[in-house]
Design a protein around this ligand. Sequence first.
Ligand code: ACO
Length: 430
Amino acid sequence: MSDTAKLHLPDGQSIDLPVLTGSENEKAIDISNLRAKTGHITLDPGFVNTGPCESAITYLDGEKGILQYRGYPIEELAEHSTFIEVGYLLIHGELPNRKQLEVYVDRISKHAMIHEDMKLFFEGFSKTAHPMVILSSMVSSLSAYYTEASGKASIENLEINSARLIAKISTIAAFSYKKSVGQPFVYPKDELSYCVNFLNMMFSVPAESYEIDPDIVRSLELMLILHADHEQNCSASTVRVVGSSMANVYASVASGILALWGPLHGGANQQAVQMLQQIYEDGANISKYIELAKNKKNKFRLMGFGHRVYKNFDPRAKIIKKVCHKLLKKLGVNDPLLELALELENAALEDEYFIEKKLYPTLDFYTGIMYRAIGIPLNMFTVMFALGRVPGWIAQWKEMHEDQKQKIARPRQLFTGPNKRKYKPITERN
Ligand code: ACO
């Protein structure tokens, strides 16, 4: 028999609520019948205590700094896997064998081209358009070309549509960069690996040959792996909510891209580097900015610091910090922002305010510096995050549709507005 929790309500009602246990022994009170049986709802701004689903994709323990995709520790995946292999794992639940991986890699590379007409779309955006808005619009436009992705058929055709999404999003991202710098689009090449292909589309030009440094490729693989999923965060929840209305996978992922763009979510990687730049240009006065971040009258926050679930350390930040140093050394990049980032991190970690509130640097604090080192422009940082997160969004979308318990997402509210009143004609209003 499962455990139950008893809830006593002020109106004299009481209800037994099942207490469920997850595979890592975490506990959840199942309130799915609460309103039907008692007329009460729960109130939980920001969903801080609310699990909208059961999920078998990603496990994280914010107190212990644990992150696992389908049971595999992020540290092991980061060391041994490729991004495409991790994408397969997230979406299919198991690591692929050699044959499965070959087929998967082949399918993804064969879908990297976008419809020629889509190139015209890039003309329509203003020169100052942020690449995240271009990315989201273009991904949403894919549903205009793959009409078999509408309604229920979207679920049945997910295998092919997910390959299209993973492949085409890198082409769209690279084309939007090329457009912004006025260079010709470089088409994808089937024989190149995902990361090499992306770097080639970004940085090669027809006039010159382009050599790709294998350490840059490995660093990119690593960053995409670390970004690939993070359970029920803001953008994954957006993808699930949008998908729950039977919107197709392209529309759902396009919505996730926009949710990711916000500075409190994926947009933090761009904001973190902008903040470091600002501090550097202002004389690198770290204590001034630490004090500013602590001052509640000021809106300034240390970007790339603090996380809703990590209250000890972000295991991804630990991995990336090491690699960041190695890469910069190898490339001979002497980035004053990295030195500044390290000093800022040390100062914050020794400060009572940050200790007490358990605010640690997250992945975003370091990825920006790595992207800078490999030549990715500032406004493309969050696009890079989105490329990495696509398999996670697809896995979450798929799991939501396979879960018999899921319904259209439709939260409740506690109404605090005016009670019923009589309409006042305009002549009687003050
Ligand atoms: N700098 C200064 N103070 C901070 C910071 C920060 N970076 N982050 C949180 N705090 C303070 C808050 O002011 C608050 O103080 P209070 O309790 O005195 O009011 C307390 O710490 C808790 O912060 P909340 O915002 O309530 O915590 P929440 O879990 O809702 O937010 C968030 C987490 C949004 C990530 C927050 O830490 C933040 O704004 N960080 C900066 C933006 C950022 O780096 N976002 C990326 C997150 S990772 C990702 O999504 C990819």
